[in-house]
Design a protein around this ligand. Structure first.
Ligand code: VGL
Ligand code: ZN
Length: 207
């Protein structure tokens, strides 16, 4: 590790992605302890927060007759529809109460445009609208980005893939992530990350 050029990126460790949340990821709360432990080993930590307006275009409830977890065609292509979740300012959008925010130097909110979802911490789902995180990390001189959080196969994987595409050395600590696994999405995400050289760490540490 190089403390000056490594950054730990904590993805969407929010109440709605944990058990009893609106879009609960199985065992989602299990990521909190390893993430808190990892964060203390990095000199630089940033976090993302899924942050949607009420009536967001990714919510099934915004598409009459559509069921959660089905897919629709939006202006930018296929979009999975989710239960209402992480509505800006709501209790479900808050970080998990056990997440240690003290080491976090930047919080990036994403998915706040009504008509565009954003899985990745770098580019929204139209694949062109930037969140600004790429410029921030580059300007701060980071070279290696290590990811953990929720969910492995959506926001973590999209973020790690974009980081690699932007030229960062990307790693994912899989033991500090949990997946939604919808229609083979976990296997597909792992294969895509492997294919572009994202470092996949199967335990809850970087080893
Ligand atoms: C996420 C689905 C919808 C995630 C966010 O954080 O992985 N997944 N919104
Ligand atoms: Zn979302």
């Amino acid at each position: 590790m190089d403390p000056a050029t490594d950054v730990f990126v904590v993805i969407d460790v929010q109440v709605d992605f944990c058990p009893d949340g609106a879009l609960a990821v199985a065992d989602g709360g299990a990521v909190v302890a390893p993430i808190n432990r990892l964060a203390r080993r990095f000199a630089h930590v940033v976090a993302t927060q899924d942050w949607h307006p009420a009536g967001h275009g990714s919510f099934a409830s915004s598409h009459p007759g559509a069921a959660p977890f089905s897919s629709v065609e939006l202006s930018y292509g296929a979009q999975t529809l989710w239960p209402d979740h992480c509505v800006a300012g709501s209790p479900g959008a808050a970080f998990h109460p056990g997440l240690d925010l003290e080491p976090v130097q930047l919080i990036v909110r994403k998915g706040f445009r009504q008509a565009i979802d954003s899985y990745s911490a770098f580019f929204e789902n139209d694949r062109t609208t930037p969140t600004g995180l790429g410029g921030y990390l580059r300007e701060r001189g980071f070279r290696r980005a290590v990811f953990a959080g929720l969910a492995t196969d959506y926001c973590v994987a999209y973020s790690a893939l974009d980081a690699a595409a932007l030229g960062f050395e990307a790693h994912v600590v899989l033991g500090a992530c949990r997946a939604i696994d919808l229609g083979g999405s976990l296997a597909s995400a792992l294969a895509q990350m492997q294919a572009v050289g994202v470092g996949l760490h199967h335990g809850d540490d970087l080893a």
